[in-house]
Design a protein around this ligand. Structure first.
Ligand SMILES: Cc1cc2nc3c(=O)[nH]c(=O)nc-3n(C[C@H](O)[C@H](O)[C@H](O)COP(=O)(O)O)c2cc1C
Length: 195
């Protein structure tokens, strides 16, 4: 099963990189299969340090911010130990892992990892349509260079419906932030209606 979450990795200068990532999860075991594009900072960091921490979270606003690298101020994090990586203070679960094998034959690499330490902070509250819509919007925002602008904006219009119906302020803020990011990336006036 693919689980969308947040990955922290260690940059070359020792600082932390935060990125949404959707690894394949082996619920029976201690293994994850991460699939980062080789162009991503996460990939470079995993190759270099061979460590990372994957977080299960329901904080889609943070996930949206990380997707477009708008994470100032950074969320509170705690170091797990020297060179072991950083745990998001506010998450549902975290899983620290070490890299076992890297397959870089495709642009989207496959990195098998083994979980070496885990922690639980709080329950995952449950499904709602608005949070799923923000996840979809965050994916779209990372693909502005790949998809036709009108298609992306039409999707944003569609995703606004579940966010308005079932979302709270964090989901509404996240969707609007992502929409502004997309408008800027495709060179449309900020604040413009998307249709
Ligand atoms: C829900 C979600 C899941 C994602 N899963 C992946 C993934 O599995 N692999 C990947 O390369 N990018 C994935 N992305 C896109 C990356 O998060 C995005 O390209 C990000 O800018 C990479 O950050 P980095 O360069 O700091 O690693 C995902 C984005 C979202 C919103």
């Amino acid at each position: 099963v693919i689980v969308e979450g947040l990955l922290t990795t260690i940059n070359a200068d020792g600082s932390v990189n935060l990125a949404p990532m959707g690894p394949k999860w082996d619920p029976a075991g201690e293994q994850l299969l991460l699939r980062p594009y080789q162009t991503s900072t996460s990939f470079a960091n995993l190759v270099r340090s061979r460590r990372g921490i994957f977080h299960i979270t329901d904080d889609v606003e943070l996930l949206a911010r990380a997707a477009i690298a708008r994470i100032a101020p950074p969320p509170p994090m705690t170091p797990l130990g020297p060179d072991l990586g950083w745990v998001l203070d506010d998450c549902c679960r975290w899983h620290a892992f070490r890299v076992d094998a890297i397959d870089d034959r495709q642009p989207r690499a496959e990195i098998s990892v083994t979980i070496v330490d885990s922690g639980r902070r709080r329950d995952f509250l449950g499904f709602n349509r608005a949070r799923h819509a923000v996840l979809e919007a965050a994916i779209l925002a990372t693909r502005v260079h790949l998809l036709p602008a009108d298609e992306i904006l039409a999707e944003f219009d569609r995703l606004l419906v579940p966010v308005q119906k079932t979302g709270d302020p964090p989901e509404a803020r996240a969707l609007e932030m992502l929409r502004q990011h997309v408008l800027a990336a495709i060179g449309r006036p900020l604040g413009a209606a998307s249709h």
